[in-house]
Design a protein around this ligand. Structure first.
Ligand SMILES: [Zn+2]
Length: 147
């Protein structure tokens, strides 16, 4: 169940080109940003990534729940492959992995459709909850890098 995960939940701006999504592990995402994202983007990213407080449409919650489930199944098979063999494409499980990968893609497409369908509700909530935001409707706009 997604509700049982610690530090997980719907967040604004987990990625710079997605307004809202389910974040599996906030701590992990923060350390990823601090480690891999350009320095001039980090403060903005960390400032804008915050939990959604308001109520979201059921359609959206269900879509992300299905994606989370598909992703978990994929991860289990993936971890299983790498535990047993590094050359995983020779494993019998590789077909299973490909199948789960496709299911993840399908579930993600449904999430994107749900995001699109609920766009006006999400945008209203975003305007209320995410003040001082540089989202331009498509992505976060970052300050220019100081050189
Ligand atoms: Zn915002």
């Amino acid at each position: 169940m997604i509700e049982e995960q610690k530090e997980a939940g719907f967040h604004w701006h987990v990625h710079h080109s997605i307004l809202l999504e389910w974040c599996y592990d906030v701590k992990q995402r923060v350390s990823y940003i601090e480690r891999y994202k350009p320095l001039h983007e980090q403060a903005t990213r960390l400032h804008l990534m915050k939990p959604v407080k308001g109520k979201l449409p059921k359609l959206l919650i269900n879509a992300f729940y299905a994606f989370t489930k598909a992703n978990k199944e994929y991860d289990e098979v993936y971890n299983d492959c790498f535990k047993t063999c590094v050359n995983y494409d020779k494993l019998k499980k590789y077909d299973k992995l490909k199948k789960y990968d496709k299911e993840c893609d399908k579930a993600w497409d449904i999430c994107l459709k749900a995001l699109n369908k609920c766009k006006s509700v999400i945008e209203k909530l975003h305007a209320k909850e995410c003040l001082d935001c540089s989202w331009n409707g498509v992505e976060i706009v970052f300050q220019k890098e100081n050189k």
